[in-house]
Structure formats: structure tokens, C-alpha cells
Design a protein. Structure first.
Length: 285
């Protein structure tokens, strides 16, 4: 072949090969975060906003650099498996959740998508992780120290009301995490000589019966195994839930950057808060 013609052919081939490299770069995939929670959206909005704030602090812009897919069970635990399946079908990159029933539903729905819990009392006892230091699976997150705090909460109750001898406790037996905490409350109550009236709440309709029972039994105090001081409770003692949700964003960020949940230790609270509800018509110093 003529040398000039050969050179022209080679140049044409190189040009054809190079063309794909000159095409515009394809946009990268925007990560999607699934949110799965037991309460309704209105009840959980403050805590979810804390998670959103944590994501913003890390530089994520919702709708532009990250998308959130939210699912709320409205307090109906039987809805959780279906909602978890919806998030898995959407192929989200991470599932953020809280409370043992929701963590368990997410864990049963997928063994591959990373799951970050923002608040669980005892993740080891509930079977979510192998250990706090080495979770070992696709689940990790932040602990509430629920089991360890039960004795302290009862001690504080006795300080506020020394004569309290009968304690009513609200709990959902379908929530394995709550069951663990109730057992700890019962053990601590026995040590302090306090009897426990256990009132089981499986659905919203059960509250009327539970409060009717309390009206008849007239316990000296009511203990819930979650914190409701902002909603009218007398006091609470434990970690700041908003801070837990904000810090859950750190786990999501690490996972999106390549970290494995199995290698991310479960974080325990470094600071506990005693919150009191104070009300007075006049304060005299």
C-alpha cells in the first residue's frame, strides 16, 4: 500500500477510536437515602429535621446531591415490612431508621443495603449487631444506652417523689427493644422496693384501656421507656435524641464514601441530659 494512503487510513482509525473519549461525561448517580420510622411524619418531624441538618452540615443538598425517600408507619408496626420492601425496591443506597421494630423490618428486607439506626436501646441484645465494636453485618448506628439508664431513672423518680411505691409502665410487647428495657425497669424497681403495673399498648386504641386501668389502680407515677418531657412529661434522663439523628448523617456520609457498616462501631452517647418540666405562676427568690 502506498505509504501516504496507509498513513491516512491509520489516522482515520485513530480518529474513530478517539471519538468516544470526546463525548460529554455522563452525570454521576445521585445517592438516595431511605428513611423508615415507626411514628407518623408529624410526630417525628423534629428528629428527621435533625438528620437533614446533619446532612446539610456535611455539604449535601437535598434534591441536588442527595435524595430522601421517606416512609412512616404511623405507629402501626405491621406496616413496617411492606414499607421496608418499598425502599429496597427503590434500590436506595442507605436506609436510616430508629427503634428495634423498624431496624428489624429493614434487616429482614435486605442483607446488602447498609442500614443506619439513629436510636436503639440495646442493639446487641436486640440482635441487630454482633457487637458494638464490630457490628459484623449491614447494620450499624447509634445507641441510646436504654438498658443502663433504667436504674438511674428510677432513682431520680424516687428523689422527686420519695413516697412513690407503685409505678405504672407503658410498653409495646411487640417491640423487642422496649421489652428489654421493661425487664430492666422491673429489676431496678424490685431493688428499690417499688411495684410495677405493666400496661401493654399494641395499638393506639389500647391507650384508653390503659389509662382507665391507671385511673382505677392509682399508681404513684408513670414511666415510659421513651422520652416525652417536651410533650408534657415531668422529667427525662438520657441522650439528646436530636443529636443522635444529626450524628446519623455522619454514618451515612462514611458509607456513601465507601465504608462498610460492619466496620463502623456502634456509637454510644457521650453526654446525658436531665430534662425537667417546670411550671409556676410566680417565682420568688
Amino acid at each position: 500500500m502506498n505509504p501516504k494512503r496507509l498513513a491516512a487510513v491509520i489516522g482515520l482509525v485513530l480518529t474513530i477510536v478517539a471519538i468516544p473519549h470526546l463525548s460529554p461525561a455522563q452525570p454521576s448517580k445521585i445517592p438516595r437515602i431511605g428513611l423508615l420510622f415507626v411514628p407518623s411524619e408529624s410526630v417525628h418531624s423534629r428528629l428527621v429535621e435533625a438528620f437533614r441538618q446533619g446532612m446539610r452540615e456535611l455539604g449535601y443538598i437535598e434534591g441536588r446531591t442527595v435524595r430522601l425517600e421517606s416512609r412512616y408507619a404511623g405507629g402501626q408496626l405491621d406496616r413496617l415490612p411492606g414499607l421496608a420492601a418499598e425502599l429496597v425496591a427503590l434500590d436506595v443506597d442507605v436506609i436510616v431508621t430508629a427503634a428495634s421494630p423498624a431496624v428489624r423490618a429493614a434487616g429482614r428486607a435486605t442483607s446488602t443495603i447498609p442500614i443506619v439506626f439513629a436510636a436503639v436501646g440495646d442493639a446487641v441484645a436486640a440482635g441487630h449487631v454482633s457487637s458494638l465494636a464490630r457490628p459484623g453485618g449491614n447494620i450499624t448506628g447509634l445507641s441510646l444506652l436504654g438498658r443502663e439508664l433504667s436504674p438511674k431513672r428510677l432513682e431520680l423518680l424516687k428523689e422527686v417523689s420519695p413516697g412513690a411505691a407503685r409505678l405504672a409502665v407503658l410498653s409495646n410487647p411487640q417491640d423487642h427493644g422496649m421489652a428489654i428495657r421493661v425487664a430492666e425497669v422491673q429489676a431496678a424497681a424490685r431493688a428499690l422496693g417499688v411495684s410495677v403495673l405493666l400496661l401493654e399498648i399494641r395499638a393506639p386504641a389500647d391507650f384508653e384501656r390503659a389509662f382507665s386501668t391507671m385511673t382505677s389502680a392509682r399508681p404513684d407515677a408513670l414511666l415510659t421507656v421513651v422520652e416525652f418531657t417536651r410533650s408534657g412529661g415531668l422529667m427525662s434522663y438520657g441522650p439528646d435524641l436530636s443529636e443522635n439523628y444529626r450524628r446519623a448523617a455522619l454514618y451515612v456520609d462514611k458509607i456513601l464514601k465507601g465504608a462498610k457498616p460492619a466496620d463502623l462501631p456502634v456509637e454510644q452517647p457521650s453526654r446525658l441530659e436531665l430534662v425537667l418540666l417546670l411550671r409556676a405562676d410566680e417565682v420568688v427568690e
